[in-house]
Design a protein. Sequence first.
Length: 419
Amino acid sequence: MSRSLPEAVYAELDRRLGPVDDARLAAYPGDRPDRQPVHTCYVPADAVVPGLAAGWGAAALAALDEHGLPDLGLDPALVEELLTRVRATLATEPVEDLRVDAEDGYRGGARAEDDDVLRAAAAVAADRAAGTGPPSAGIRIRSLEGATRRRGVRSLDLFLGAVGAGGLRRAVVTLPKVTDVEQVRAFLPVLDALEDAHGVALALELQVETPQAVLGPDGAVTLARMVHAAGPRLAGLHYGTYDYSAALGIAAAHQAADHPAADLAKELMQVAVAGTGAVAVDGSTNVLPVGGRDQVHAAWRLHAGLVRRALERGLYQGWDLHPAQLVTRYAATYAFYRQALPAAAGRLAAYLDRADAGVLDEPATARALAAVLLRGLDCGALEESDVREVGGPDRRDLARLAGRRPGGAGVAADDRTAR
């Protein structure tokens, strides 16, 4: 069979598009192979003490024992499965990712901040050394606006010096209220210098709390420019529910993670990070599960609904601000993955066998199905035996189908090189 096009045509096509291929692969290397935490717990710097994670887990278990899990619209048999897993998680690894908050959640004042940050850093390092700390930890500093930038960098310097001296070798830095791409560019050499000074590898998170971070004065989506300016150091974009809503003039009574304005920002975050290795992270709810049983149950139902809603929209991590929120964080998360298991495993088995199962899945869909099961395995919602029992692939095949690059299963930045 003869070709009508000469080789020179193919060669010219490769010559012109080869650099485009290389640039795309550099800018969009694909998802990282690491286990993504299901949440980030924000704790004010002056409230971070040794044994914090265990204390949060104990407080969550006490709340569950006192109030019981409310009706979340789940099958009773599933609830029994969930409660066993939730209790085990709260007793062993209740906090997956900790952020010492030296910004909005901190009320200690400028004079006390140095001491509070140092004490918090020492507590984080001590817990990690003892094997009782969260797998991933870091600090949220003040913004790089003129009034706060020196204070923010000073607190970061103090924190890293203390955790580095305590043996912590990787940390996450959360930069809030970013308004301009140049703030990201200017911050990168600061992080380089701090890494060199303290021997702590740093991952960067940007908090999306301002309209300027979403849409620039030229009409361009600033988020995308920030993501690519930060490059491989960027771990994620975190949505700031209340600052962002307030900046848009949304009345306080209607500021929530499920507001349409929040959905727009988070969808743009997802588009901006897709394929880059960074992740989009949902925000928080300030309705806390405290008070009497009715109040706690109402807050738990709200939180569980928001967690479920985020998961359904592809946001696999969110903020938790109170120990009792861990109950519904894990209950809703585990329910999501356990409910997804039978259909996902069956469709993947049919895809691998090329069987006629009534749904014709393409490679991209198989990738998404495998990724959901891997996330369920990563967070403890599923066991490999659960997947095998319903005819699903083994973990190696799931990783291949999901396109995971070879690597460990550590949480976020603490178990990988940040750069």
